[in-house]
Ligand binder design. Structure first.
Ligand SMILES: [Fe+2]
Ligand SMILES: [Fe+2]
Length: 170
């Protein structure tokens, strides 16, 4: 609180905070898209159509789309978190030493989310090698586990770093 009272907001800081909110908005929206694809794959295809779907893997079928979207999504979130770890968090620590415990927690959450992203990627990749009900459920479950932690992380990050981020002076 002392830091916020003593330090004015800056134009750069406010712009950076808006950018963070925008990127988080994309992450939320794309997670919803991937989860919807997974739900469709989970209960959309009757068993007798399985063989036909497998042959459509190379041709933009639902499993192929799920795999490609999961891969793209996981890389985007990894990239965002790697940037925060390397550039964004050191800047916050330098701006406001009082934020250290918050950033420590955010860094730990990044490591947890990274493991969950790896499971999403691995389960989606294995689904295109061998398609069965268990494989579809594994992707669905991996996305649900990711959603729980990732959405909570985004919200905590926005609330906890906002006041400091809006005051950074580069
Ligand atoms: Fe983050
Ligand atoms: Fe973030």
């Amino acid at each position: 609180v002392a830091f916020e009272e003593q330090t004015p907001e800056t134009a750069q800081g406010k712009a950076l905070f808006q950018e963070l909110l925008m990127i988080h908005g994309m992450i939320r929206r794309d997670l919803a898209t991937v989860a919807k694809l997974a739900a469709e794959v989970l209960d959309g295809l009757p068993p007798h159509r399985l063989q036909a779907e497998i042959s459509r893997l190379e041709a933009n079928g639902p499993l192929w789309q799920l795999k490609v979207n999961c891969l793209r999504y996981c890389r985007f979130v990894h990239g965002h978190h790697n940037f925060e770890d390397a550039a964004f968090f050191p800047m916050l620590r330098a701006t406001n030493p009082g934020i250290d415990p918050v950033v420590d927690r955010l860094e730990a959450e990044h490591r947890k989310v990274s493991d969950l992203l790896d499971e999403v990627e691995a389960s989606a990749a294995s689904l295109t090698e061998l398609d069965n009900d268990a494989g579809r459920e594994r992707v669905f479950d991996a996305l649900r586990a990711l959603a729980d932690d990732l959405l909570a992380h985004l919200e905590y990050e926005e609330l906890s770093v906002g006041p400091t981020l809006r005051r950074v002076a580069l």
